[in-house]
Design a protein around this ligand. Structure first.
Ligand SMILES: [Fe+2]
Length: 324
């Protein structure tokens, strides 16, 4: 139950859907539609505002799914979501995948006293890092076309307004976006754009699509329990368990939600609906697609020797934007 609530409030809604929203808005409001950063990011924001609006109407509204299914009151669940968003936006770069893994002690180089990894079988980490690196190279190749010298960054007034709007407390309130409030180098922009594309595609895919496997069978991960857990000396029979688990109607509602969230994949990472107009950018995208095909093969190979195959970060199964 705790896992399920942490997952929905923090990992899913808070730290994918809602942390992206200020970026979607600032990109639409502060950058011209032919600004290179806007052209890069927009395919990864396709349908994001629409699904977030639906979430506000049906998920975190009075009587909605969160109210009915999660363990806390709607008000307390929303306060958890808000705290999760604030921590993320205040410390934006700490949540870049390699940093986030290290902070949790499960990075590639987190070894115990025998020199072994703390968590040797961790498919999410191993596959996500491949995608992170591929996205980072793509973003760097693309941005290098337009920011060929440090002056290009400093002279870009729209980019400056984008950063200011994102960081201001009346705007996006992304306090941790850049140190000292100034974006001065291409590498800073590469890091930000990589993180945004990673959240919208792989990260959301990795928290969304496994929900059917883990959460549609309610006894595996009930979003709330309805009686105290049995004490140590109490005999546990079916009646005791049934009292603890959600009533049938709510169990069906949880199943319905998990099914709805996991049956659609409307787009695919690295395959935007429209080609870039700039031929050089098309080349960067083609290279990204080639890299994604290599990753597809690598993960397929890994899955043959894993304890259990992990398919959620196969590039062909990763959406291009957060849209469900
Ligand atoms: Fe989602």
């Amino acid at each position: 139950m705790a896992d399920g609530n942490y997952h929905e409030a923090i990992s899913h809604l808070g730290r994918t859907h809602l942390v992206l929203e200020p970026f979607v808005l600032a990109t639409a409001n502060e950058l011209a539609s032919n600004h290179p950063l806007s052209i890069l990011l927009k395919p990864h924001f396709q349908f994001t505002l629409a699904i977030n609006e639906l979430a506000r109407e049906q998920l975190i509204s009075p009587g909605g799914y969160a109210d009915a299914l999660l363990v806390g009151t709607l008000e307390s669940s929303i306060s958890v979501i808000k705290a999760a968003i604030k921590e993320y936006l205040d410390n934006f770069s700490d949540f870049a995948l390699p940093n986030e893994l290290t902070q949790r002690g499960v990075g590639k180089n987190d070894l115990d006293e025998h020199g072994d990894n703390f968590l040797p079988d961790y498919p999410y980490r191993d596959d996500a890092l491949l995608l992170w690196e591929a996205i980072e190279s793509y973003v760097r190749d693309y941005l290098s076309l337009y920011y060929s010298s440090p002056e290009r960054i400093l002279e870009d007034t729209e980019l400056r307004n984008w950063v200011q709007k994102l960081m201001s407390s009346e705007g996006g309130n992304v306090k941790g976006l850049v140190v000292n409030g100034k974006l001065e180098t291409k590498e800073q922009l590469v890091a930000i754009a990589t993180q945004l594309i990673f959240i919208s595609g792989p990260q959301h895919g990795a928290v969304n699509y496994p929900q059917y496997d883990y959460m549609s069978f309610v006894p595996n991960m009930p979003l709330a329990t309805y009686a105290s857990p049995p004490s140590r000396d109490q005999e546990i029979d079916e009646a005791t368990i049934m009292k603890i688990l959600p009533p049938q109607k709510l169990a069906a509602k949880q199943l319905e939600l998990m099914r709805t969230l996991t049956v659609f994949q409307p787009n695919r990472l690295g395959y935007p609906d429209e080609d870039f107009v700039d031929k050089r950018a098309q080349d960067a995208l083609k290279q990204f697609q080639t890299k994604l095909n290599e990753i597809e093969e690598e993960i397929t190979k890994r899955n043959k020797t894993r304890i259990k195959p992990y398919s959620f970060l196969l590039p062909s199964k990763v959406p291009n934007s957060l849209n469900i």
